[in-house]
Design a protein around this ligand. Sequence first.
Ligand code: ADE
Length: 246
Amino acid sequence: MRFDILTLFPNMFASPFQESILGKAITKGLIQVRVINIREFSLEPHRVVDDAPYGGGAGMVMKVEPIARAIEWIKSEDPSAWTIYLTPQGKTLNQEIAQHLSTRPHLVLLCGRYEGVDERVRELFIDEEISIGDYILTGGEFAAMVLVDVISRLLPGVLGSDRSALEDSFSQSLLEYPQYTRPANFRGHFVPEILLSGNHSAISRWRRREALKRTYLRRPDLLGKANLSQEDLILLEEIQKEVGKE
Ligand code: ADE
């Protein structure tokens, strides 16, 4: 899978893609990330990339020509590249959107700055607009990093073989159960006995119950979407009674 990131601040991407899981995915050739400086596509003196808005008002607007030239250059290599503009005005990213985007072999991520891009960029060159949440970032760069991260971990081979993205809490619409590691006793706070029992089916049941409880307490809205068995529904009833008493 290929990501082309169009930005005015390419240095922002230096380290996030060198470390850990993404770093390994790039080394192994599972993903390819190219960071492209939009400024290099400006033909103006001093490589100008922004200008004052028509009609007046504060701030600057990213000009259409350098972005057009950059996207046309990418499309001349690969006409099927899918272009995404990161903006708070886009569809809010969730696991389902990430899953869908992970099936596309080539994404172009345009990072906005200042007051955003000239509207004709959207009309002529953008296939989809994505927001990473209802808050305003200083620009689209962090949003692009989030998008690359969320999508990459869904691709085959990117997570270790012992770890499947299918087991993620959000792909099952439940939050994850609590995790513990050594020591078994930290300042009088003990790891639940059952996790030390070696009884794998009892541990699985406990984990399922804790996942249901956590979801019920923190994100009850997710329960409606979850694939719940008859046993889960019985557990949930128990949890509701238990929580009611607390
Ligand atoms: N640019 C600024 N804020 C953003 C957000 N919340 N999502 C995506 N891009 C953005």
